[in-house]
Design a protein around this ligand. Structure first.
Ligand code: ATP
Length: 351
């Protein structure tokens, strides 16, 4: 278990990288730190690892206050974005390096390295040097080295970011399976929300050194605490529309919607709706957002439709196959599905 109590880090020059962080990460939990560049994710990970000294606050690992301890005495293994494996050592020597530091006898080190290598499908590569390995293989060597020393916790700083898209997906699945097997507490830094949603038991969304929301992927996705979280999570950002309540309805971007409980006439609010939960309709309805289609993007499985709605820009993916061509003055939309074909010539659609 890792717990952080009022962790604050102010760098020389006055940058508040961490601002009063309180958090408990459970034993065996896969925990993701997610947020835009510069929000403090790496600083937090490095502070847990002992590579940064906090300006204020304490770090506890398994009820021990490790704040004054150097990195080597914290029993955590950190894997960096660039793997940081030794170029002059072969795979066996790289994996067994932490054991050498701990003065484990050579025969035991070699046996341990072979065991961990077989878990990570590296057996055939034990005598190669990093220059003779692919990016994905190098990444597995870095992981193997972290595993070999049986740490209390893994600290991963964007370990998949140097891999190409296909390898990254493979490595993600592999990492999740491995973490489940080993049941080692894992803190994983990423700026990729899809990666965090896919891997983590819980996610902390950070901004400007603060934790804006901590929750399960489902909580973060379905019940974002702030508009920042709402727009940061989701492959297409959530639509955020200015809205106001009257005595009987909620009005947003030209639509008249049912009044949620707890609102009073005159209340001004932001109405959030994910593009995945919207459909296009060619007919006007009072509870639909009227709009003019401005952009169509073919994403393979669906087409992303951007509508200009009154006072804002609205986006909605459409799950039918949608192709479009525009003339000089009006848009021509052809909608084709496996069961029906319709053709309309309109500039206004509702979502
Ligand atoms: P990224 O995703 O780009 O790696 P991050 O969320 O990991 O970003 P950090 O690297 O933790 O962010 O940086 C947080 C803030 O602290 C940034 O404003 C950064 O410029 C600043 N910072 C980080 N390290 C130092 C340092 N050694 N000295 C001064 N400022 C620093």
């Amino acid at each position: 278990m890792i717990s952080l109590h009022g962790l604050t880090k102010v760098f020389p020059g006055g940058v508040h990288a961490l601002d009063d962080i309180h958090l408990t990460i459970g034993d065996g939990e896969f925990f993701a730190l997610l947020g835009p560049s510069g929000c403090g994710k790496t600083t937090l990970l490095r502070t847990i690892a002992g590579l940064e000294t906090p300006t204020a606050g304490r770090v506890h690992i398994n009820d021990t206050d490790v704040t004054p301890l150097p990195p080597g005495d914290r029993d955590v293994a950190m894997v960096f974005q660039d793997y940081a494996i030794f170029p002059h050592m072969d795979v066996t020597a790289n994996i067994s390096y932490p054991l050498r530091i701990k003065k484990v006898p050579r025969a035991e080190r070699t046996a341990k390295a072979a065991d961990v290598a077989s878990r990570l499908s590296l057996t055939e590569l034990l005598h190669r040097r990093p220059a003779e390995l692919s990016g994905g293989q190098q990444q597995r060597v870095a992981l193997a080295r972290a595993i070999a020393c049986h740490p209390t916790a893994f600290l991963f700083d964007e370990p998949l970011s140097n891999l190409d898209a296909r390898l990254r997906l493979e490595a993600r699945t592999f990492l999740k399976r491995l973490q489940r097997e080993l049941a080692v507490t894992t803190v994983f830094v990423t700026h990729d929300q899809a990666e965090a949603l896919a891997l983590a038991d819980r996610i902390a969304v950070m901004s400007h050194g603060r934790m804006i929301q901590v929750g399960t992927p489902a909580e973060i996705f379905h019940r974002p605490a702030t508009t920042f979280v709402a727009s940061f999570i989701g492959s297409t950002p959530m639509n955020l529309l200015p809205a106001h309540a009257t005595a009987t309805a909620l009005h947003a971007a030209g639509a008249t919607l049912p009044l949620p409980t707890g609102l009073s006439p005159g209340d001004q609010l932001t109405y959030g709706v994910r593009p995945e939960y919207m459909d296009l309709s060619p007919t006007e309805r009072p509870d639909a957002f009227p709009g003019v289609i401005s952009v169509l993007e073919n994403l393979g499985t669906h087409t992303l439709v951007t509508l200009e709605t009154p006072g804002t820009t609205e986006t909605a993916p459409c799950t039918t196959e949608l192709t479009a061509s525009t003339t000089s003055t009006t848009g021509t939309i052809e909608t084709t599905s496996t069961t029906s074909t319709t053709e309309t010539t309109e500039t206004t659609e509702t979502a």
